[in-house]
Design a binder for this molecule. Structure first.
Ligand SMILES: [Zn+2]
Ligand SMILES: [Zn+2]
Length: 298
């Protein structure tokens, strides 16, 4: 039997602000019995279950970066597996800083572990027994059965001339399976390293930002935000994210076949307005374009 590799967009929201119809970033690679999670935003375990995947089947999680929208459910993942007495290894991969976060979450699990079911002398499973962390550097490869993950640094935290220096790193992943290939950009600005890594993949799953409308919403929701913080937000959005046309440019330069837009920052980007964004992406990219919803399968 030939196995098909699929990419499910479990959570297509972007940014930490809760959305009405989209969960926080989380994506699932499926192939045969393999279930691999990319990013673990708040609600990821619920989204897995709703997509028909028992969350205990996920034994590998790749984290792109440590903004809260991408990691909110890591504690829930450890805690639920502990409560269900999981014994299978859980591998968590991510940029430098991942170990520190997981160590702190493991410590937080101590309190719950000590309580257990409320009887003295219990000896339940602790996530320390099954969690393994591997911090990745740009260029590292991870092979899981016949799927190969490669990563590169992107420009979500800093411009390319600063790559290789001390400081936080944000990663993009390339996923090569025997039948298909994907790139998941994570959060990023325009980035030539990412363009190179994405060369010729079938599907590029990339983030989509609307700076003007997101700033408008930020202003409305935070009327007392100091002007300085506001300016910093605008600069972050312009330099560290991709607007529609830039997503198209990235896909065109990499020569990919299909673009899937995720990390949707606003509730106003929905079925009614999606064609406007598709049109903007199509102004710079010729292939197939989808503005993804939660639980879409590619
Ligand atoms: Zn994000
Ligand atoms: Zn981010």
């Amino acid at each position: 039997m030939t196995l098909k590799t699929t990419f499910t967009t479990l959570g297509t929201a972007g940014g930490p602000v809760p959305k009405l119809k989209r969960a926080q970033p989380a994506h699932l690679i499926s192939r045969g019995d393999l279930r691999i999670l990319i990013d673990c935003g708040e609600g990821a375990m619920d989204q897995l279950q709703r997509s028909g995947t028992d969350f205990r089947k996920v034994r590998d999680i790749f984290i792109t970066h440590h903004h809260f929208d991408h990691i909110g459910s890591l504690f829930a993942c450890l805690g639920k597996l502990m409560m269900m007495q999981s014994k299978e290894p859980l591998n968590i991969y991510g940029p430098v800083g991942t170990q520190r976060i997981i160590d702190a979450l493991l410590t937080a699990c101590d309190v719950t572990w000590e309580i257990g079911l409320g009887f003295a002398g219990q000896n339940g499973v602790h996530p320390r027994d099954f969690v393994r962390v591997q911090e990745l550097s740009p260029g590292n490869k991870v092979e899981i059965e016949d799927i190969c993950f490669t990563c590169c640094e992107n420009t979500h935290f800093r411009s390319e001339e600063h790559f290789g220096q001390e400081g936080p790193v944000s990663l993009s992943y390339r996923i090569d399976a025997p039948d298909r290939s994907f790139v998941f950009t994570g959060d990023t600005g325009p980035c030539s390293a990412l363009e190179t890594m994405a060369k010729g993949v079938d599907v590029l799953v990339g983030e989509l930002m609307d700076i003007e409308k997101t700033m408008e919403r930020t202003r409305l929701q935070n009327p007392n935000m100091p002007a300085e913080r506001m300016e910093l937000m605008a600069k972050h959005m312009a330099e560290h994210h991709l607007v529609s046309e830039q997503l198209g440019e990235l896909a065109a330069r990499a020569g990919v076949r299909q673009v899937v837009a995720v990390h949707i920052p606003l509730d106003t980007i929905n079925a009614a307005t999606a064609p406007t964004y598709v049109e903007k992406i199509a102004s710079t990219f010729d292939g197939e374009i989808t503005i993804a919803n939660d639980f879409d399968v590619f």
